[in-house]
Write a protein that binds this ligand. Structure first.
Ligand SMILES: *[C@@H]1O[C@H](CO)[C@@H](O)[C@H](O)[C@H]1NC(C)=O
Ligand SMILES: *[C@@H]1O[C@H](CO)[C@@H](O)[C@H](O)[C@H]1NC(C)=O
Length: 222
């Protein structure tokens, strides 16, 4: 028979537990790790693989200024594609090469990824990615995301299309200066402009440029 004192301790613990349980998320109860929020500004150099087509991708994520830049170069190809995404849903996809100046203006119904875009992802456990032990999460129909257990930096992600990003560098706080975010003048000329460009209601991440990092799932032209 427990003493009165033991019973009081027991009751206190039960109360404490049931009370705190109300305030904890599901992940906290199960003890599952949750992904780190993205730093509000960072620069990452990434190697991308789309079924064997390799690309170098410079990612400049800039949440406070509502913009995201993917600067993409295919392996051994001199042509650089700039995919500039604004949080108001406008993307400019262009080249600057004088021999091939092109620009496409896209309109998407959602903004860029929020720093907490991984919130609510399903934890899949731990996995080795190269030399890194990673926690792995999935957002169904969008992405599988690998984060270094030790540093909590992203190591790799795989869009559901198979498009795979390997993070090579991750500079927290790095910001690309304003002049670099100016789309070229031919993005604003009469032809090749918004009238005849496709309107994206949703776009395939990794499936088409101009929608790489917006976190949306289906191509639709209107
Ligand atoms: C790229 O992805 C394909 C599968 O889509 C794979 O067979 C190939 O080994 C990958 N290449 C590299 C360099 O990772
Ligand atoms: C969104 O913002 C960019 C950059 O300021 C601008 O060029 C573009 O016209 C804006 N789009 C809309 C639909 O307002």
């Amino acid at each position: 028979m427990a003493s009165a004192r033991e019973q009081i301790y027991f009751l206190a613990i039960v109360l404490l537990f049931s009370h705190s349980k109300l305030m904890l998320s599901n992940a906290a109860i199960t003890g599952e790790p949750i992904p780190a929020e993205w730093p509000h500004q960072f620069h990452a150099l990434m190697f991308m693989n789309q079924s064997g087509t390799l690309q170098k991708l410079d990612l400049w994520y800039d949440w406070p200024n509502g913009r995201n830049f993917n600067i993409i170069q295919n392996q051994l190809d001199h042509l650089v594609t700039y995919d500039l995404e604004w949080n108001n849903g406008t993307s400019f996809v262009y080249t600057l090469d004088p021999s091939e100046p092109t620009c496409q203006v896209l309109h998407v119904e959602v903004g860029i990824l929020r720093p907490n875009w991984l919130h609510g992802a399903t934890y899949l456990g731990q996995q080795h990615v190269g030399n890194f032990l990673c926690n792995v999460w999935e957002k169904v129909d969008f992405i599988v995301y690998y984060e270094d257990v030790l540093t909590r930096r992203p190591v790799k992600w795989v869009f559901y299309t198979g498009y795979t990003a390997h993070v090579m560098t991750f500079e927290v706080g790095a910001v690309l200066e304003d002049p670099n975010w100016q789309a070229p003048v031919y993005c604003f000329s009469e032809n090749g402009k918004e009238n005849n460009s496709p309107i994206l209601r949703h776009a395939v991440p990794g499936g088409s440029l101009g929608s790489l990092m917006r976190g949306i799932t289906v191509w639709e032209t209107m």
